[in-house]
Write a protein that binds this ligand. Structure first.
Ligand SMILES: [Zn+2]
Length: 278
């Protein structure tokens, strides 16, 4: 379903995990970000693209390599693919594809396109890297923390920021990669807000933010949560850790595991605990 629309972008929201897919209609190209999850939802996105594309080239961008975000890759075979160097050299490509196959088998899902890991053609390897097409400029920033391979994308003059799995209105940080890098990425988010004229920001899960105040509020929400959880871990304050777990929306086995993972990564990076043996 369409969650948000303006002159330049249409944000689709999956029935699963409130995952977003952004389609940007620039003067010079059409860009699809993270097409997902279910076949009928990917088909709806394809039909929208077919309606608006005309003779414009199609670009496909992945905000990071988590399986839910790359699941629709081969539904757009003619597109030029943009992603980070971390995505291009992803160390667990096979495991990620297995997660997709497992999901599809669990729910008896047939897809009319193959499952593959994205082959990145335009590699984002540094902060501030640009892709200029006519009057439209995409500026990319490395955004590690949630995963090692995240990117932020700012599209100007449209004022669009696609953030991947950061800055949700309801989902607290899932660290899974590095808490210190997550904190750096949030600082980078503040810099982006100061240095670009942002009109809308689309997170990987949840509602599109359509004011700078709202984006700032979300940066602060994530920073406050991390500050509190780090302090609780440093002081071994189990009560506060439990409180913070309860603040996660849609409590489930999944949020419980994410909370435990957040704590163990903080222990490792702030208390020098060794990572668990794999
Ligand atoms: Zn995600």
């Amino acid at each position: 379903m369409i969650q948000f629309q303006n002159q330049y972008i249409t944000v689709f929201q999956s029935g699963l995990y409130q995952t977003t897919c952004t389609v940007v209609e620039a003067k010079e190209f059409v860009l699809v970000v993270d097409p997902n999850w279910l076949p009928a939802e990917v088909e709806e996105i394809k039909q929208h693209v077919a309606r608006i594309q005309g003779k414009k080239p199609l670009l496909l961008l992945f905000t990071h390599g988590d399986f839910d975000h790359i699941i629709g890759y081969r539904a757009f075979p003619s597109a030029k693919v943009i992603g980070s160097k971390g995505l291009a050299g992803h160390p667990d490509k096979r495991k990620t594809l297995e997660q997709i196959h497992e999901f599809d088998n669990d729910y008896y899902i047939e897809r009319p396109y193959p499952i593959d890991f994205p082959e990145v053609e335009f590699v984002v390897d540094e902060d501030g890297k640009k892709l200029v097409l006519g009057e439209t400029t995409m500026t990319f920033y490395l955004a590690p923390g949630h995963t090692h391979d995240g990117i932020f994308t700012v599209i100007e003059p449209l004022g669009v920021w696609v953030a991947g799995d950061y800055l949700s209105d309801f989902e607290l940080p899932f660290i899974s990669h590095s808490v210190k890098e997550y904190q750096n990425t949030l600082r980078k988010a503040s810099t982006i807000l100061d240095s670009h004229n942002i009109k809308v920001m689309v997170p990987g899960h949840g509602q599109t933010a359509s004011s700078q105040e709202e984006v700032l509020k979300r940066i602060q929400l994530a920073e406050n949560y991390l500050d509190q959880l780090i302090a609780a871990v440093q002081n071994e304050n189990l009560g506060i850790m439990d409180e913070l777990e309860k603040q996660m929306a849609y409590p489930s086995k999944f949020t419980k595991l994410s909370h435990q993972e957040n704590i163990s990564i903080i222990r490792r990076e702030y208390k020098g605990d060794r990572p668990p043996a794999r």
